[in-house]
Ligand binder design. Structure first.
Ligand SMILES: O=C(O)[C@H](O)[C@@H](O)[C@H](O)[C@H](O)COP(=O)(O)O
Length: 261
């Protein structure tokens, strides 16, 4: 599957970016449910991912979504106890999931360190890979479902999910989910989708806001490789969309995007 050329959308500030992305996501989910009966979305941790979920929770069109017909997955998770406030799942619950009627059987939470795999984060990652494989069908042509939308926050070092520059997880070409040891962003132990799993998505949306992201955005969109800059090789089968605020776009060459409000 070839790489899709990234499209860049720049919003005035991170609040507007969250609201516009929430509206965009609602439309995508409604369209997927109309076309295929259900939707599948991969959530990201981090401030921008949670900001988007919080904006979705108060969006006027939120009830256009049939929340019982959506599969939710995670791009990465912090390998800490299930109730730890550091968990991406706990933060997503607070931001949105506790206030919409999702089907708990379709909320695919990554394992936690107090779960069945204990300290063995690699076994936890393998279990999530198996769950993805069970959810994929012949039409997916691989061990991962064709997610409708997969969202990723971009770190100031160009990491996405828990794929950090030069780390083994960023080099993975076979496995779809890996355990991450010694992540530079705390907590150090994490579970992450790999680049091959990310690329199974129809659409990949990368979110970045704030001036501390401007360098990472410019490097990733400037032709860097995926081991040095994992965000550079996160792309979707049919669309790769970078959703930025002006501060995060500040170091992009003008001409790469048209200014929007
Ligand atoms: O577990 C996490 O922290 C994430 O999933 C991580 O990949 C995050 O999305 C980026 O670090 C961006 O985070 P911010 O949006 O907070 O900058």
């Amino acid at each position: 599957m070839g790489m899709t050329t990234p499209q860049v959308v720049v919003h005035r500030d991170k609040e507007l970016m969250a609201q516009a992305t929430a509206a965009r996501l609602i439309t995508k989910i409604v369209d997927a449910q109309a076309a295929r009966g259900s939707a599948s979305v991969v959530l990201t941790g981090g401030r921008n991912g949670n900001g988007l979920l919080a904006a979705l929770a108060v969006a006027p069109a939120r009830d256009a979504v049939d929340w019982s017909r959506i599969d939710l997955w995670w791009g990465d998770e912090r390998y800490v106890p299930a109730d730890d406030p550091e968990r991406n799942h706990v933060q997503a619950r607070e931001a949105l999931l506790d206030s919409v009627p999702v089907d708990p059987a379709r909320v695919h939470v990554m394992p936690a360190s107090d779960g069945p795999y204990g300290a063995d984060v690699d076994a936890a990652a393998a279990a999530y890979a198996a769950e993805l494989e069970r959810a994929s069908g012949p039409e997916d042509h691989g061990p991962v479902p064709t997610f409708d939308v997969l969202m990723l926050g971009v770190g100031p070092d160009t990491h996405v999910a828990s794929l950090f520059p030069e780390h083994p997880a960023a080099r993975e070409t076979e496995r779809t989910v890996v355990g991450v040891h010694g992540a530079p962003k705390p907590p150090p132990t994490r579970v992450s989708l790999t680049l091959p799993a990310i690329r199974a998505a129809r659409e990949v949306w990368l979110l970045a806001a704030g001036e501390d992201k401007a360098g990472a955005v410019a490097v990733a969109l400037g032709g860097a490789g995926g081991v040095q800059a994992p965000a550079a090789e996160a792309y979707g089968r049919s669309r790769t969309l970078w959703l930025l605020d002006r501060a995060a776009a500040a170091k992009l060459p003008s001409g790469l995007y048209s200014p929007t409000s």
